[in-house]
Design a protein around this ligand. Structure first.
Ligand code: ADP
Ligand code: MG
Length: 588
């Protein structure tokens, strides 16, 4: 049996290095943070071969006293904390005094520094943890650190590095995060002699977003700002039209530190619910500010994750701030220029019109008018024989709607802005969804008791899931009880679904519950069940509508909070603007 023995200090440091220094980008991240902590306003980063061969970072920060130079590479040596209580009010990016020791133990480092007030500076070399004597150095005030041959003495770790392009990409990401977190910072990144990023101090946050992610995103940002208790949230969220296939463009910063947080990622997605297709992700840049004692940043080796004292309050702050900002916008999906057959080249216009099918100037959104003195009531049974009554809006200003149903699926409507093509099912689904949701919130979901409770045979697992969701289902008008084994007893159904057989309703609920890999939260479950009910109750593609039914449907368009998307996030309508029609036909 091997005996236990204490590891020598150089081995301990190398092990610790593995936790913080994983790749060249970790070196860059740690050194950038040190520059910021030193008060730098300008940082230049130069790398060779993805940072694997050489990384040089020069800053104009406060510098390091010559007497302290050797301490920089000692483990647990920091100028930022002095006692344990400081850990609970960390106001700097670094505090563990570990990063430089780790870097020095796995690379060849030259550190040169001069405090602003000192007549000259000093330098020291650290090679695999071995320090050289301190020598004078004549450079500008600030700090210059050069890291060469990362992992030269830990070949196994070097083998884990990826291609030059991948490593350079990670470094670019570290620079991007810092440039977003510090909007006054001037920062450059140069790779193998080529300038990759050059962010002037004057660039505003949206301009920085434009520099890193392009104008398509920069031009579709909505600013957000909210304060709740000690927490403040500012930033930008992007129009759902610029969604992405992953969540990489959801940036979250806490007190100047880039963090990842699954739960807040969910809050962002939840805020966009109904505006994005399943599997698509919103683009958002969020900056949270919290007093240091409301958050623990000492829970993760690279501090990428933090622990909030009141995580739920922060979740709601993010969700409600974004949600209400998005609701304030009229988000009509933009059409891509259609290419039918050979695209027509406009003769006198060599440039294809870039703004083709761009959104017209925002029309003021019609608000639901609660104080309407003479509410008419339309019965949606006019459309589909189902019973959901809603107040009708005033008739359109010009008296009648000019609309046409195509393929028993789409409604084409003339509007002052142009031509609107509406998906009848998607729109009706959205209207029903909001009506059902309103009723559910008011506790007035109508239910229809069955004359005799109906036993429904399920698999034992399905039956268990249904009984588990019993309380939520009851809120929606679906009363179920376990009947032993795999049978459940259904005793009432939502009145809104009175055209469906009770068996079918329960079967759909079971399918839905079975498609969830984890038990969804109550809110998500109810929301999804309501959206499923709306989908089932809505007119279908292929249903022919009478002119009256069409009018009834269209008039309710204005009553819903988001008439532009169905609950699954598909667009309900597409606008071809008058101007674009004129342009396409060469009239203007
Ligand atoms: P930490 O940042 O956790 O204190 P580090 O190992 O990253 O630990 O750095 C050790 C110390 O070296 C810092 O506390 C700081 O005093 C000093 N230091 C490192 N880089 C710089 C820099 N660019 N400018 C000024 N001081 C620096
Ligand atoms: Mg540090």
């Amino acid at each position: 049996m091997a005996r236990i023995h204490q590891l020598p200090p150089n081995v301990i440091t190398k092990i610790a290095a593995g936790e913080v220094i994983e790749r060249p980008a970790s070196v860059v991240k740690e050194m950038l943070e040190n520059s910021i902590d030193a008060g730098a306003t300008r940082i230049d980063v130069e790398i060779e071969n993805g940072g694997m061969d050489r990384i040089v970072i020069v800053d104009n920060g406060g510098g390091i006293e010559a007497d302290d130079l050797l301490l920089v590479f000692a483990s647990h040596a920091t100028s930022k904390l002095s006692d344990a209580d400081d850990l609970f009010r960390v106001a700097t990016l670094g505090f563990r005094g570990e990063a430089m020791a780790s870097i020095g133990s796995v690379a060849q480092v030259t550190l040169q520094s001069r405090p602003a007030e000192a007549p000259s500076g000093a330098e020291v070399h650290c090679r695999g943890g071995e320090l050289s004597p301190v020598k004078p150095w004549n450079g500008a005030p600030g700090t210059r650190i050069e890291v060469r041959h990362l992992f030269y003495n830990t070949p196994v770790r070097r083998k884990f590095l990826r291609t030059i392009a991948t490593e350079a990409g990670h470094i670019s990401e570290a620079v991007t995060r810092l440039a977003l977190a510090y909007p006054k910072l001037q920062i450059t990144l140069t790779h193998n002699g080529k300038r990759v990023h050059d962010v002037p101090s004057s660039a505003t946050l949206p301009e920085r977003i434009g520099i890193f992610f392009g104008d398509e995103i920069k031009d579709r940002l909505y600013p957000i700002e909210a304060t709740r208790g000690p927490a403040r949230l500012v930033g930008f969220v992007a129009d759902p039209a610029v969604e992405r296939g992953n969540n990489r463009l959801q940036y979250l910063f806490l007190n100047g530190r880039h963090i990842r947080d699954r739960s807040l990622g969910h809050a962002i997605q939840e805020a966009y619910r109904g505006l994005l297709m399943t599997g698509r992700y919103a683009v958002a840049f969020l900056f949270l500010e919290l007093p240091p004692d409301h958050v623990d940043v000492n829970v993760h080796p690279t501090k990428a994750e933090v622990r909030f004292r009141d995580a739920q309050a922060i979740f709601h702050l993010v969700l409600s701030t974004i949600r209400s900002r998005l609701n304030a916008e009229s988000l009509v999906p933009r059409l891509q220029a259609p290419v039918v057959g050979t695209p027509i080249q406009p003769m006198a216009r060599p440039d294809p019109p870039a703004e083709l099918f761009a959104r017209p100037p925002e029309a003021p959104r019609e608000e639901e008018d609660e104080s309407d003195e003479s509410p008419h009531y339309y019965n949606l049974s006019q459309i589909n024989g189902r019973t959901v009554a809603v107040p009708a809006p005033h008739p359109p200003a010009n008296g009648s709607l000019r609309a046409l149903q195509l393929h028993d699926s789409y409604i084409v409507l003339e509007t002052p802005e142009g031509m609107l093509v509406i998906d009848q099912h998607a729109l009706h689904e959205r209207i029903l969804f909001e009506q059902l949701k309103k009723r559910w919130r008011e506790g007035s979901m109508e239910k229809q008791p069955l004359l005799t409770p109906e036993p429904v045979e399920l698999s034992p697992e399905q039956a268990a899931r249904v009984v588990e969701a019993k309380a939520e289902l009851a809120e929606l008008g679906i009363d179920v009880d376990g009947f032993g084994g795999a049978t459940v007893l259904l005793s009432s159904c939502p009145a809104a679904l009175n055209k469906m057989s009770p068996q079918q309703i329960l079967k759909d609920v079971v399918d839905f519950l079975g498609s969830q890999d984890r038990a969804p939260s109550r809110e998500v479950l109810l929301n999804d069940l309501l959206s499923m009910m709306a989908c089932k109750a809505a007119v279908k593609a292929g249903d022919r509508l009478s002119p009256e039914q069409m009018t009834a449907l269209l008039e309710q368009r204005h009553l819903v909070q988001d008439s532009h998307h169905c609950p699954h996030g598909r667009p309900t309508s597409l606008l071809f603007s008058r101007k674009d029609l004129d342009k396409q036909f060469g009239r203007i």
